[in-house]
Design a protein around this ligand. Structure first.
Ligand code: PMV
Length: 353
């Protein structure tokens, strides 16, 4: 069993990422291979998932808790995500059962990418518990198979998930494009209007998009080039270019989703009000100072610079239906926490109260 320490808890913290060029479709459902490359910004620890993992011969089955609730490992969605644990166990040649306890500091499944930070933290903590010494790139290939977007949370700053071409997925990994120091002025303002679960999961939304979207084909024709242009824009710290590409890609993904049948609509009236408010702000400023983007949910995330943060806040304050605004700088990626952060009681092998 090499360096595996059974009965010893590892805990990791990871953060969500916001997609600036969206992942929206799979070329292989089982391996979670995307039909296009995507780019994201990793958020800071203001929003986070903390996950503790222990492997023990005393456990009679795998157990998985999120926010204090025991998850049903026979549920298809949960099972697919938890499959990364088997991949990691196989690498380590371990057959002991696992207890995984995870906590999100923000609403689960409301388009705020809790699956990205949750799976990233689980993979990171498990790699340490099993002492398998995988590189972040190797871990991104594993995390990708639990939830596509989670592979990008393994790195800080601006991250690219490469589409890859190989059938086995070995070239579809995430990598850092710029660390958080490259353009530290960039911030993300998250305007939460809804914390309810999304009606259509991103997984089934994407499946339908690939199956019957008409506009989807033109998305594929434009998106790789947009990713290159975005990297250039960020490289030059050019907000005019960066901001426009971010907004257009969000609009493009949501238009593509609306174009499938039956239509998928993640945006609501408040989302549309935010879109108008940001265009109004940019018009008043005579240049792009803020860019909205939406993942698979109605909550807007507005990328701006520290200098313009207050202007964005004032625009948002005029929209009554946004009770909660969170600001995040760029994060550094996941890290391992000390024993005092453990969510597991090692004596009872149960979640800590
Ligand atoms: O990784 P998933 O299955 O949660 O999909 C995420 C999809 C989007 O958030 C809509 C876009 C993205 O690239 O994160």
């Amino acid at each position: 069993m090499g360096g595996v320490q059974l009965d010893s808890v590892s805990t990791a913290i990871a953060t969500p990422n916001i997609a600036l060029i969206k992942y929206c479709g799979k070329r292989n459902e089982r391996l979670i291979l995307p039909t296009n490359s995507s780019i994201s910004m990793t958020l800071d620890e203001g929003l986070n998932s903390v996950t503790s993992v222990v492997f023990s011969k005393k456990l009679v089955s795998d157990q998985f808790y999120i926010n204090g609730e025991k998850q049903d490992l026979n549920n298809k969605d949960i099972k697919e995500r938890f499959a990364v644990m088997d991949m990691l166990r196989q690498i380590a040649h371990v057959d002991a059962h696992a207890l995984v306890v995870s906590k999100n500091s923000f609403p689960t499944a409301s388009g705020l990418a809790s699956s990205a930070s949750g799976i990233c933290a689980m993979v990171k903590a498990t790699s340490v518990a099993l002492n398998i010494g995988q590189s972040p790139k190797d871990l991104s290939i594993i995390a990708r198979q639990g939830s596509g977007s989670s592979c990008r949370s393994l790195f800080g700053g601006i991250v690219k998930w490469n589409r890859g071409k190989k059938e086995d997925g070995s070239d579809s990994f995430a990598e850092q494009v710029f660390n958080e120091q490259h353009w530290p002025d960039l911030v993300d303002i998250i305007a939460i209007s809804s914390s309810s679960r999304k009606k259509v999961s991103s997984r089934s939304g994407m499946k339908q998009t690939v199956a019957n979207g008409i506009l989807y084909k033109s998305r594929l024709a434009y998106v790789e080039d947009a990713a290159k242009r975005l990297i250039e824009g960020i490289k030059n710290r050019d907000f005019e270019i960066t901001g426009q590409i971010i907004m257009r890609d969000s609009n493009n993904m949501h238009a593509t989703m609306l174009d499938t049948y039956p239509p998928i609509m993640y945006l609501n009236d408040v989302s549309k009000e935010v879109i108008s408010a940001i265009h109004e702000l940019n018009d008043t400023e005579g240049k792009i100072v803020a860019a909205y983007t939406f993942d698979a949910g109605p909550n807007a995330q507005i990328i701006t610079t520290k200098k313009n943060k207050n202007k964005v806040m004032s625009s948002l304050k005029e929209i009554n239906e946004i009770p909660n605004i969170i600001t995040s700088a760029q994060g550094k990626g996941p890290r391992i926490l000390g024993e005092d952060s453990s969510l597991i009681n090692t004596k009872t092998l149960k979640p800590n109260k």
